[in-house]
Ligand binder design. Structure first.
Ligand code: AMP
Length: 596
């Protein structure tokens, strides 16, 4: 993933202050000449370097906790580009307004930082090893979790560096520094016994110096009285350029003999950031956000991978399940016109999994039975982490459809009952997951036809799955839509105009429903078009009316919602675009500096 400033022609990436000065000198040192570079100290921060009166001023731009950017004491801006634009109109505390961007010379790309070059590799390896994922599921894990993982990885990246020697004693550090050549500035980093503290050991004039590195309450690392850094590798990178509080700049890394050449170990959290991840959510799926701890990710849930991921179980997979493998609890999870949904356990070869069982109340009613079987046959074709998977069907005392359990219940109910505890960022996260699941359906030519917040079930507060495939259809290979023979009992308020007018159902029609689902989520579970009846809604839409913007809905999300409600289905975006927009926005709001 590229830096948000990557495409700005005056962005130089991870260059030092001296290099910035050099570029500005080459640019002519005119008043207001400026460039932007990455901050070497704070994660996600930048530095604005500006010429005034033949002097160069450097202003650090911090990425703040709410994801905005600001120069200390200045106004907040949504991105570095917007910040530069603002200061080109108003000096507002800077030495002068930004007048002329110092454009990168032809052929010069923004310089990647030490972390950039290993980030992609680490992200992939971390996802692969932590959750034991491969193939498409691995790609999805990377897409949906990159922001959280990047933060986690950034704060643990030092473990992968050749200069990191883990927890060795001071004497051993000296032995390693003195072995072989002993140039000034030879260095290594080690963990101290005292939890959360590290030491920098270095040689100068053939003498070993040791500096304690402390982690303060705000999660910043520093050598006492030195500059503060978000991560240990940034501290090292900085000290390579400037001897800030130590005897000399760092020059040659003393390599850890036990550090693998191609490091693939998943990083572990430093002691004070380490947390025990409780997967046991409350039954209603709500677990209060633990401050400063790694929060639950979808992959932590056992239902992230298919229950049939074990090849032995897959060999035995059949549509019909054996009754003796199914334990049915009396607890009812919900109900519908077909009957009720009960809690249960399904015994597989090596594991027992929690399941939800849709029990048909009246087996004699042929149409209901047929409907349930159609739903089962449809669900059997699907396998995606963001879609409730079906385990199989069981014909015993009743006809039963056995599915993965999503114990958090429907999204609309969850949000309306937890309104004060759930952040807008959390809502975006869940909607992004729904868009990944819908993109999967679109790619495989399936239409859902009943996408709504009531049909998005939660595994936990940070993990949503699409459910209820009672109305879903596969689209023929040569068609782009499914045409319903007759209009039925339809969720009209979620339907696009072409569904009502021409009974035409495509993924684009599901996109319309996704827009309504977004609206439900950003209103924390309100009912859309509350005061209107179905036919009134149809007229309202035909006349150009649309649901109003929910008060807490971010601009970007409201824009996307409106795009989903584009009248002509050909002009409406598909899920490929919707997911990509959701992802970009989700990344934007979640890429905040790592804090404790
Ligand atoms: P449905 O008719 O499929 O919408 O199911 C009715 C209700 O049963 C839902 O609103 C949920 O509360 C519950 N339910 C359905 N499927 C599941 C599931 N896989 N896990 C947990 N609860 C479920």
């Amino acid at each position: 993933m590229r830096d948000v400033a990557f495409n700005l022609p005056f962005f130089y990436g991870s260059i030092s202050r001296c290099e910035a000065d050099e570029y500005l000198r080459m640019g002519g040192m005119t008043d207001g000449l400026f460039l932007l570079r990455l901050c070497l100290r704070s994660l996600g921060g930048y530095v604005l370097s500006v010429v005034h009166d033949l002097k160069i001023y450097h202003y650090p731009i911090e990425r703040q906790l709410n994801g905005t950017y600001a120069i200390a004491g200045g106004k907040s801006h949504c991105g570095p580009e917007e910040l530069c634009e603002y200061y080109s109109r108003d000096a507002d505390g800077l030495s002068c307004v930004l007048r002329k961007p110092c454009i990168r010379p032809a052929g010069v790309e923004p310089k990647p930082g030490a972390f950039d070059t290993i980030r992609e590799h680490m992200l992939r390896e971390y996802a692969r090893q932590t959750w034991n994922l491969e193939g498409d599921t691995l790609e999805q894990a990377i897409i949906s979790q990159a922001p959280q993982l990047q933060k986690l990885i950034a704060t643990t990246a030092h473990e992968k560096m050749a200069w990191y020697h883990a927890s060795i004693a001071r004497e051993e550090a000296e032995r390693r520094l003195y072995s072989g050549a002993q140039p000034d500035g030879k260095y290594l980093l080690r963990q101290r016994k005292e939890a959360g503290t590290y030491a920098l050991s270095m040689l100068y004039g053939k003498t070993a110096y040791h500096y304690r590195i402390e982690l303060d309450k705000s999660g910043k690392f520093s050598i006492p009285d030195g500059s503060k850094f978000d991560t240990l590798w940034q501290l090292v990178e900085y000290l390579k350029l400037k001897s800030d509080g130590v005897i000399s700049v760092l020059r040659e890394a003393c390599n850890n003999p036990s550090q693998p050449a191609d490091p693939v170990r998943p990083p572990t959290l430093p002691p004070n950031r380490q947390s025990v991840i409780s997967l046991a959510c409350n039954p209603d799926g709500y677990t209060p956000e633990p401050m400063g701890e790694r929060r639950i990710l979808p992959m932590d849930a056992s239902s992230y991978v298919s229950p049939y991921s074990d090849p032995e179980d897959l060999k035995d997979k059949k549509l019909y399940l054996k009754r003796e493998c199914l334990l049915i609890d009396e607890v009812e999870l919900g109900s519908g016109n077909f009957g009720c949904v009960k809690k249960g356990v399904y015994k597989m070869r090596k594991q027992q999994i929690d399941v939800a069982i849709k029990v048909l109340k009246n087996d004699n009613e042929k149409s209901l039975k047929e409907e349930l079987m159609k739903e089962a046959e449809f669900m059997q074709k699907l396998d995606n982490p963001y879609i409730v998977r079906m385990i199989g069907v069981c014909q015993a005392e009743h006809l039963m459809l056995v599915m993965e359990m999503a114990s958090g219940g429907p999204l609309n109910k969850f949000l309306s009952s937890k309104k004060d505890q759930i952040s807008v960022d959390n809502v975006v996260e869940l909607l992004h997951q729904v868009s990944i699941g819908m993109r999967y359906l679109e790619e495989n030519n399936f239409v859902h036809r009943d996408l709504a917040a009531r049909n998005v079930l939660l595994v936990n507060q940070h993990y949503a799955k699409i459910s209820d495939f009672g109305l879903s259809k596969a689209i023929g290979a040569d068609d782009s839509y499914y045409k319903a023979r007759t209009a039925g009992k339809w969720p009209v308020k979620w339907y696009a105009p072409e569904c009502i007018n021409f009974r035409k159902f495509s993924s684009k029609a599901d996109v319309w429903s996704f827009g309504v689902t977004m609206w439900e989520a950003f209103t924390f579970g309100q009912k859309p078009y509350k005061k209107m009846k179905g036919p009134e809604v149809v007229t309202f839409i035909e006349q150009g009316g649309r649901l109003e913007r929910p008060p807490e809905c971010p601009d970007e999300m409201h824009e996307l919602m409106q795009e989903c409600w584009t009248y002509k289905c050909d002009d409406r975006p598909g899920f490929e675009q919707v997911e990509s927009k959701m992802r970009n926005y989700y990344y934007q709001i979640t890429q905040k500096p790592a804090t404790v």
